[in-house]
Write a protein that binds this ligand. Sequence first.
Ligand code: FAD
Length: 332
Amino acid sequence: MSVNGVLVCGEITREGDIDSITLELLSIGRRLAESSGEKLIVALFGDGIGKAAEEVAYYGADMVYKVESPLLEGLNVDIWVEAVDGLYREIQPKILLMGQTATGMDIAPRLAFKLNTPLTTDCTDLNVDAEDGLLLRTKPVYGGNVSGVFKYQEEPQFVTVRTKAFEPVERGSAKCEIIPFNPDIDRSMIKVESIERVKEEVVELDKAEVIVAAGRGIEEPENLEKLQELLDLLKRYFDSGEIGCSRPLVDQGWLSSPHQVGLTGQKVAPQLYIAIGISGASQHVAGISGAKKVVAINKSSEAPIFKIADYGVVGEYEETLPAFKQKLEEIL
Ligand code: FAD
């Protein structure tokens, strides 16, 4: 059977809810389906995903594929690639969309190799070329300094999409058809066994509404405590928040790599990003282009971070932070 269409590979949270990236992919997926005259299909993968599949059917897709198996519990990438590949061969979509998330980044390159098709990662905009129907893939290049638009002939037209690049689609009242799909997978396909982490640190920078980010200017790891106090205050107002950092802090072992923002770290899109003692190198700034408001505190008025900041304080952060915190105490 071949359905074609635009296929969104959705994601589910640890709690079994639909992840926001799924709704963001459905939003751009709908636009692409309309401009290419194709159906919009969303697939969910996992074990015990019935509730999420029922729910996602209300978000504007033409059909939902529920790909369920106990082997899809957790993320064993070998098995997942086989499952997505199996569904791809069933549907043969013209366009295949995944999130630029940990899951998407694990699966997409392997799948692209298997399907022998070019993959464009980290797209921030997508359109269909009216002349030849091919996907126009926009993504930041050269450390985020410019945007590039790419186009390839091969099918499927395969991309991963940056989180928060598109507004999530709203829930509707109409429910589409849900089609169960039995993936042809078995244990022998597992080449790399996963082992449980002894202590797992969950840092959800990509979902944080406020990020207080530390740079080399904080001078000592003990000073992270001061930034954490600021974050705790801001979390009285924002629903979620995290500590972020520039790369030198990870290199020095002050914070773990999931905290790193930038080209080789996380791409973030909070409501508010406060950069403290961060110079604003292009590799760092590449990660914060999606932030709604950027506040920078830096003792050097020449620091490049001020070129992209909405608000800036030139001064020693040790002096600025107490005043900032005191004001927040008064108003929050
Ligand atoms: P610095 O550049 O040393 O800046 C420290 C700042 O703190 C200065 O501006 C200084 O004026 C200020 N300061 C000092 N004391 C105080 C004080 N008391 N109060 C207030 N301000 C003060 N970097 C990333 O962050 N993320 C990435 O993903 C990343 N990827 C990279 C990939 C590649 C291939 C390469 C080559 C580099 C990458 N980097 C990345 C590193 C990047 O180039 C910069 O070196 C790094 O971002 C600098 O970090 P920083 O701003 O904390 O430190």
